[in-house]
Write a protein that binds this ligand. Structure first.
Ligand SMILES: NC(=O)C1=CN([C@@H]2O[C@H](COP(=O)(O)OP(=O)(O)OC[C@H]3O[C@@H](n4cnc5c(N)ncnc54)[C@H](OP(=O)(O)O)[C@@H]3O)[C@@H](O)[C@H]2O)C=CC1
Ligand SMILES: O=C(O)C1=N[C@H](C(=O)O)C[C@H](O)C1
Length: 233
């Protein structure tokens, strides 16, 4: 399969290595807006760039009728416009706030726990995410997905805010520390104890492998998808 990488920073470079090892040809490595020329006729685009450029990059790829797997976080206010564009152009789009298998299992566990806690009044929920100091967005895309999984299963919460949980607003602590690849925790605290579920990434390889697996999966599809579709979760 021919893959174009849009965004060629920390993630783009690891994806390049993994895609090549899996037998794919990387036909473009871009640090600029994609065009019909510089994309170089790929089967799929994998987009890991910056929050402020992701929307324009994805739009350009979909207008060229190339399916896009996007891992860039921090631009989601305009996601529905992109989803409409994928359908109008008869191509495919997949956004994942986190492509690792471990986090996608953790999302499922978070939803089950949220469902269990909806009828228990003693506990208050709180999220925490820890990332490297270069990260531009807060809270992380993964923390937002965790919050959305809680809202869907537990009507006690319906919005997130940075810092402490207050009434129906679920608190998210966003910590920036050294070169931490990504750690996410969900806490339920009562007056007498605490339940914690936690995912710790040891490096970025799991994110990169998941993005390549998603690209392999989406190649001939049409419509909008998530990692749940790819992993059959
Ligand atoms: N979903 C997931 O599983 C994961 C998501 N992420 C997310 O992916 C994104 C990228 O992360 P990361 O690789 O660590 O970030 P980096 O900052 O290392 O890489 C971003 C790259 O985008 C390039 N760039 C700048 N402008 C453009 C443009 N107009 N078009 C295309 N590329 C451009 C930058 O170029 P230059 O070097 O010249 O500045 C840089 O190489 C972030 O939003 C991060 O949160 C990260 C890990 C996992
Ligand atoms: O910026 C990062 O590095 C990461 N971003 C994603 C996020 O915002 O959740 C995924 C992962 O945690 C690493």
């Amino acid at each position: 399969m021919k893959i174009a990488l849009v965004g060629y920073g920390k993630m783009g470079k690891i994806i390049d290595e993994i895609a090549t090892k899996r037998g794919h040809e990387v036909v473009a490595r871009l640090k600029e807006t994609p065009t019909s020329e510089n994309l170089n006729s790929p089967d799929v685009v994998i987009e890991f760039s910056l929050p402020e450029v992701a929307f324009d990059n994805i739009k350009a790829c979909l207008e060229n009728k190339v399916p896009v797997v996007c891992g860039t976080t921090g631009w989601l206010e305009r996601k529905s416009e992109i989803e409409d564009l994928a359908v109008q152009n008869g191509t495919a789009f997949l956004y994942g706030s986190n492509f690792s298998l471990g986090v996608n299992l953790f999302f499922a566990l978070n939803e089950k726990l949220a469902d269990l806690m909806k009828s228990v009044d003693e506990y208050s929920c709180q999220l925490e995410e820890i990332h490297h100091i270069h990260k531009l967005d807060a809270p992380s895309g993964t923390a937002i997905s965790l919050a959305e999984g809680i809202f869907k299963n537990n009507p006690k919460y319906d919005a997130w805010k940075l810092e402490e949980t207050q009434d129906k607003q679920l608190g998210v602590f966003a910590i920036r520390e050294d070169e931490v690849p990504g750690t996410h925790s969900v806490f339920y605290r009562s007056e007498v104890d605490e339940i914690e579920i936690k995912h710790t990434a040891f490096n970025r390889n799991g994110f990169a492998l998941g993005a390549v697996v998603a690209a392999e999966w989406i190649k001939d599809k049409k419509g909008n998808f998530t990692m749940k579709d790819v992993l059959g979760l």
